[in-house]
Design a protein around this ligand. Sequence first.
Ligand code: HEC
Length: 412
Amino acid sequence: MPQNRYGVQSQLAGWLVALLYLAHQQLTVLLARSDRFGPLREDYRGWHYLLGSVLLGAIIWRLLLWRREADVAPVAGVTPALHNWGRWLALVAYVLILAAPFVGIIYAWADDLKVHLGPLPALPSLMGRDRDVWMFTGYFHSGLGFMLLVLNLAAIVTTAYALLRHGKGLLAIFPPGYGVQIFIGVASTVYAFTTFRSPEPGPRALAIFGGVCALVWLIGWLIHRKRHPAIKPQLGGFSRVAAPVAAISLAALGAYGPHALFKVTPWPMGEKASGPPGVTSHLAVADHPAARVMASAPTPFENQVRDETYKWCRFCHTVEKNGPHLVGPNLHHIFGQRAGTVPGFTYTTAMADAGRKGLVWTDERIAWFIADPQKHLPGTSMIVSSGPIPDPAVQKAVINLLRRETMADAAP
Ligand code: HEC
């Protein structure tokens, strides 16, 4: 009996999605690392939207074909249960990719950013700046990335199992294009994660990943060169139910990622505190001595610290008067101010408590805090993206930069 195979359209759509997904992933890494105020950021953002929109079109095409493939038979040597699991992993991933652009556009609009598709004119914005919507969509925009990552990792583990058990790999167990999409996707993620702080560990991590994969492939090939295990032709009732439940649960697990890694939450959590008048420099310019120190002139070292370290502070904090709160509070006039008291920001209880116990932001206390926020103020949600800053020279440069940008109009 001839076996049903994926049609030409499914093949094309699957490979197109894979290609666009991988290109978009590279662009997103560039965007996330680009200087928030640098000249390239707007370009990267535009192409991120443009490629995301084309990917959206390809995903819709791919999903429209999905139902027609219900009776596609597994590749020879692949069990129906594996084939079914591979299809569910791909389907849940495709649905997440479908959702991402909608979440992304609202995230940008809520931040008052223009959504322009590459060189094309901007789309008209349907809403104004809204911090709650921004926080929620921001959480899930990044959450979708983690959900896909968890599914991709599950697909890699599945492949290892399939190779060792049946001698069948990525191309055999997953729908067209999807196997390569997850393999290169995970390899790029390995590279992106290991090169975040410095580029050196990247090639080594990639080599280890490639080496382990090649080893598993080789062992699978050696075992199954001659032997072909018997295969049950029917899909059992358990697999039919367990596959979708497991794929959706894995994705849900990924939604926890942004909190686990960046300590962010989808909505404000913690408390809004306020300091006594005069101590909170937002209410009145503080007369604390720390507010009256002058910033010293910039040095070449300080400029280097600005590009490598301080730029991450600015990812999460605005510094100008009445600037919006981002992931962290606006830091205007932070020197001499009691911790955890900027109006309108929801702090962790850890930070609010530190303020109640008398923590006031002086050069020494900021240095102490950024040296290792998680260790020195357990329970705080602040993470310095480029890593803790134990080096006193770097601390000093960060503090000087911060002082220059936040205290210009406070000096006597
Ligand atoms: C990933 C986002 C993020 C980065 C990067 C970041 N911060 Fe923060 N920052 C926060 C959050 C969130 C809080 C509030 C913490 C809490 O409530 O526990 C905070 C709080 C603070 C506070 C206390 C504010 C107050 O009102 O008491 C200071 C000072 C501060 N950050 C300075 C810095 C400096 C300097 C850097 C760069 C070295 C930096 N932050 C990098 C997110 C960030």
